[in-house]
Design a binder for this molecule. Sequence first.
Ligand SMILES: [Zn+2]
Length: 301
Amino acid sequence: MKGKLYKIMIPLFLLVFLVGCGSTQDTEKTDNKVDKRVSVVVSFNAMAELTKAIGGDKIELTTIVPSGVEAHDFEPKPREIASLSKASLFIYNGLGMEPWAKDMLKSIDNKNLQIIEAFKEADLIKNSGDEIGEHGEFDPHVWLSLKEAKVQANNIKEGLIKVDSNNKDYYESNYKEFSKKIDDLKAEYEKKITSLERKDLVTGHAAFAYLCRDFGLQQHSVEDVFAEGEPTSQKIKELIDLSKKIKIKTVFMEENASPKVSETIAKEVGAKVDTINTLESEGDYINTMKENLEKIYNSLT
Ligand SMILES: [Zn+2]
């Protein structure tokens, strides 16, 4: 009798054990799926776009500057930085684009947080005059160069690999794909734009120096690099005179900007007003850059 019971008990015990294992594994699988997405916080839209291109569906992304808000004037509120206390990675552009970032990072208690300043290793353009004292030595609009955006995307990729090395191959492959898209776009417009005789752009705030450097263009702007203050009447007159002299066909203004000054200049010069997107507060990276370049090309033909 004892022997018989023993024979039944062993398979029963094994069965319970196996079923137990199975269900544990299932739970672990589901948990891992949720836990595996890396929590990444970025400062503003352009950083979000570059990070999305590399991080894809392996990351959970939070952007601090809300969509549609002017990035240069932004000050984060406590609820906007709360996401940082649990994040693995914080990515920001640097060079004065996020003057609030240093204080914010000091106020966060998160020892595991890795930080990437995306401008590093990029070929920077110097600021001039008062801007150096107020904001620092360099123009922060690095992402508006197709060439330098690849450098920034590479920094972001390295940051992601640091906090999530299991998905290294995924991030590397996304980076390759994104770089290829950028290279193709650059090649297409290099051919079109560099063959044109006109080289001058009139823009809202001086955000496009890097893009202009990529394509051998010259930027003239209503507001300075950090989009501060109302332009003086002297400055507006200078822009009108210049625009007449070089026969500007289009005066660009940014999405979200007040159209008044751009419209005044355009009217005086007999040009039209068109929008151009700095990617500071909205827009998908590749599509927006393509749209910008197409509009610039059309304005110069
Ligand atoms: Zn700007």
